[in-house]
Design a protein around this ligand. Structure first.
Ligand code: ATP
Length: 313
């Protein structure tokens, strides 16, 4: 059994090599019911390999993985009954319409009321208007939405999305993000892989950063951003004299002069308390701030810092 009723995906010490090359080194993961989990990594990090093992398409060399309490290597049929995996365009018949594709797959899977279900899903993924057009005429975003609808047939409690928005334009990406959020809100557990830090940041309740087959950091987006020692703020002033005075007064926050004139940049821990403290000091010294910009570290900063530390170690 897995450790808790709330844990839907539990991965322990998973390892995989291809011809002596270690592709996954001791992966441990745990995904909570109804959450969105993002496995974030660059090309070749091992994301697809992980998803293929979890969805029973590939065997791990060592370790174990459970989905809804079923063991992926010992109970693959049961696992397949509770998951779906998107990214399988091969299943889509280009010559048929979106509606025909969905109905056909529903019937092949002997789903009750397959036609009705197909129409409900078309509405859910916002494809009703294009439902009767041939898939060959669909844009990239429409294909992804149809693919998502196909994998939602049969209401699987866990869905795997392998790089769901790669290659999509910003608008299609936003619309897919919205759908993924709605799925999770309705109780579906979503396990996705992405190369986009912004995507993980925007969508995921929990993020694991995979680098060269290892999880190098894990947590909420907020946790990961905290790994960075500091963010920074920029303060702008009217006069050069004020810039100098502020620079001296806030010495402990490692000020630097902004290249664009009458501004200073200060390191902070990102807390409101620290920012209030800085502003109070300036106020007491009667130095007025004309502009304040807070720059939070991005996940990209986190990613580069962690990878840099690992490589430097
Ligand atoms: N069938 C295979 N035979 C040999 N090596 C493989 C095979 N499949 C994957 N690899 C290697 O394993 C590593 C991880 O690949 P994987 O596809 O899991 O990465 P990924 O994080 O999904 O990357 P991408 O974003 O490029 O898909 C890569 O170095 C890849 O070349």
């Amino acid at each position: 059994m897995v450790d808790s009723k709330e844990t839907v995906v539990a991965v322990r010490d998973l390892q995989k090599s291809y011809k002596g090359q270690e592709v996954l080194k001791n992966i441990n993961l745990s995904v909570k019911k109804g959450s969105i989990f993002a496995l974030l990594g660059s090309n070749g990090a091992g994301k697809t390999t992980t998803i293929r093992i979890l969805s029973t398409l590939l065997k791990a060399d060592k370790g174990s993985a459970f989905i809804n309490g079923f063991n992926v290597s010992k109970e693959p049929e049961e696992v397949r009954g509770v998951i779906s995996l998107t990214g399988q365009y091969a299943a889509v018949d280009e010559g048929l319409s979106g509606r025909e594709n969905l109905r056909m797959i529903g019937k092949l899977r002997h789903l009750p009321e397959a036609n009705k279900k197909a129409d409900e899903l078309l509405e859910r993924v916002d494809l009703l208007d294009a439902a009767d057009k041939r898939v060959a005429t669909y844009s990239g975003g429409m294909r992804r939405r149809l693919d998502l609808a196909m994998s939602l047939l049969g209401n699987p409690p866990v869905i795997f999305l392998d790089e769901p928005t790669t290659g999509l334009d910003p608008q299609s990406r936003l619309s897919l993000w919205q759908m993924i959020k709605e799925l999770s809100a309705a109780g579906t557990t979503v396990f996705l892989t992405t190369q986009y830090l912004e995507e993980a940041d925007h969508l995921a309740d929990h993020i694991a950063i995979l680098n060269k087959g290892e999880i190098v950091a894990e947590g909420t987006s907020r946790d990961l951003k905290k790994l960075l020692p500091h963010g920074h703020i920029e303060l702008g002033f009217h006069q050069v004299g004020e810039v100098r005075a502020a620079f001296k007064l806030l010495d402990e926050f490692h000020p630097t002069i902004h290249p664009e004139g009458q501004k200073i940049i200060l390191s902070t821990d990102g807390s409101i308390k620290q920012m209030t403290d800085m502003l109070n000091r300036l106020d007491q010294a009667e130095i007025s701030v004309t502009q304040l910009t807070q720059k939070q570290p991005t996940l990209e900063d986190v990613f580069l810092t962690i990878i840099g530390e690992k490589e430097g170690a």
